[in-house]
Structure formats: C-alpha cells, structure tokens
Design a protein around this ligand. Structure first.
Ligand code: KIV
Length: 291
C-alpha cells in the first residue's frame, strides 16, 4: 500500500493527508468547539459506506436526514418518509461510523407525522431513533415545538431544532423558498430560536434564512449551535446534503451548494475539502446568497 492510500474496513481509500486521531464528538465537545470559534462541519448520510468515508474525512456530525426520501427513494418531497425507514437508515449510518473512527455525532431526523400529535408521541418516536443508535434527534418547526423539545430534553434526549425553510411543511410554505425576509417573519424566527434554546435544544438548523439574520440569531444563542444551509457563513456550522456536495443531485441543485467533487481525486477528498472549507470559513460563499 502506498503512503497516499489508507486501508479502511471498506477497502483502500485515497488518503489526502493522515487524519490526526480525534476525540469523539459529544455535546461538551461541540460547546468547546463553539467557544474557541471552530466551525462544525455536518453532512447528511444514509448508509454505512458513505458514513464510514465521512468519518474518515473528518466530518464532525452526520445527519440521517429525511431528505433520504428524495435522494435515496426518489420521492418528490420528504413527507412520505416513515419512522421505520429513518430507524433503518440510522442503524446503517451508525454501523458505518463504528467501523472507522467512531467519532462522529449522529443525528436522526424525526419524519413528518411522528412528533406533531403529542409530546408522548414525540418521545416514542425519538426513543426509536435513539435505540437505532442516534445521539440526537431533529425535529422541524417553530414555537409549537418548544414544549415538545423541553419534554424530550428533560428525558435525556438531545434535540436539534430546525427553523426557516422546513421541508416537511413545504406545501404550507408554498414551495422551497427563503424564509425570514419580512420584519414580522424575522422577528418570529428570532423569538422561536430563543425559546428553543431556553427549552434545551443544543443545535438548530437554519435553512434558507437571510445571512444577516442567521448571523444575528447565532450571536443570540451561545448554548445552541446554529447549523446553516443556504443561510450564509455566520452560523456556528454548516450542513449540506451529501449528494448535493458530491454533484450527483437528481433535480435542480440549490444555488448555495458547492460541488466539492470538482477537482477532488475521491469522495473522501471531496468530503475532506468540505470540512476544511467549513472550518476555514471559505464555504459558504456569501456571494451565492442573493437573500
Ligand atoms: O433532511 C435533511 O437532510 C435536512 C437537511 C437539509 C438540514 O433536514
């Protein structure tokens, strides 16, 4: 084996540079990263092999997103994804990261219709994802989710909230469009974000929110780490759908996405380049945000 390759349980992967051993990502470690200004690099993942490669590339967090409905199942939206499917893909991802460094923080997405009815329904659904191996669950929505978040956190389940464009409610929002442009919408996002931090959410995805607003919300939330997607570079971290950043999106690629496969020798190198660009602040490019 040459010194530019690395043997992994999934075969021999090109090694851009050997990774320094790192401590597993945990909530205290995410807080430490935040305090020293280190950005959090997150990708989505849906299977063991790509999860293992992402772990090998130094990705901090993997979100088993219900975007799998679109990228793996070919559905028009995330709405049809079931809890059983989310548990299955979460188990696959967790097996993948355990085979390599095992340092990645894994977030399982609660699908549509599995947490809206009652706090008890949300607890049952969240418990299924945690038993599948997730370290944290994610749910979408504003003020109405606050009491659910508090209920889960009090019972030992770390929660990532999700504001801005919430794909599960795409039909109610009238399409995949920027949120928080009007003063009233921006004020509601600020208020919801603060309430979610107070309820114990330790992460918050901000999707397609104007960059200045996302940066302002980030400053207001020292204990809840904002993860931006299409929301500028002022958040505590970034997330992209893995297929988008590898340039293999089936539909229209959102304009804030960068194809990290361009010029990369391997998927691992593309992911490592993404991690480096998030950490050094060269991704995202605010010029790609017209909002
Ligand atoms: O399901 C998903 O992949 C997501 C990300 C786009 C944040 O929610």
């Amino acid at each position: 084996m040459s010194d530019t390759t690395a043997r992994t349980p999934y075969g021999t992967l090109p090694a851009a540079a050997p990774l320094p051993p790192r401590k597993p990502i945990s909530l205290p470690r995410l807080q430490e990263m935040r305090e020293r200004g280190e950005k959090i690099a997150m990708l989505t993942a849906y299977d063991a092999t790509f999860a293992a490669v992402a772990d090998h590339a130094g990705v901090d967090c993997l979100l088993v997103g219900d975007s799998l409905g679109m990228v793996c199942q070919g559905r028009p939206s995330t709405v049809g994804v079931t809890l059983e499917e989310m548990c299955y893909h979460t188990e696959c991802v967790v097996r993948g990261v355990r085979r390599v460094q095992g340092t990645v923080w894994v977030i399982g997405d609660l699908p549509f219709g599995t947490y809206q009815e009652s706090r008890e329904q949300a607890l049952r659904s969240a418990a299924a994802l945690m038993q599948a191996g997730a370290h944290m669950v994610k749910l979408e929505g504003g003020g109405w989710t606050v009491e659910t978040v508090r209920f889960l956190v009090e019972r030992g389940i770390p929660v990532c909230a999700h504001l801005g464009l919430t794909p599960q409610t795409v039909h109610a929002l009238g399409g995949y469009r920027v949120q928080g442009r009007s003063n009233a919408e921006a004020e509601r996002l600020r208020r919801d974000a603060l309430a979610l931090q107070d309820a114990g959410a330790t992460m918050l995805v901000l999707e397609m929110v104007p960059a200045a607003l996302a940066a302002e919300i980030t400053q207001q939330l020292p204990r809840c780490h904002t993860i931006g997607i299409g929301s500028g570079r002022g958040t505590a971290g970034q997330v992209l759908v893995m297929h988008d950043m590898l340039g293999i999106h089936l539909g229209k690629t959102p304009k804030f996405v960068r194809n990290f496969m361009e010029g990369a020798a391997s998927v691992r190198d593309a992911m490592a380049a993404y991690v480096a660009a998030v950490k050094d602040g060269t991704f995202p490019d605010d010029a790609l945000h017209a909002w």
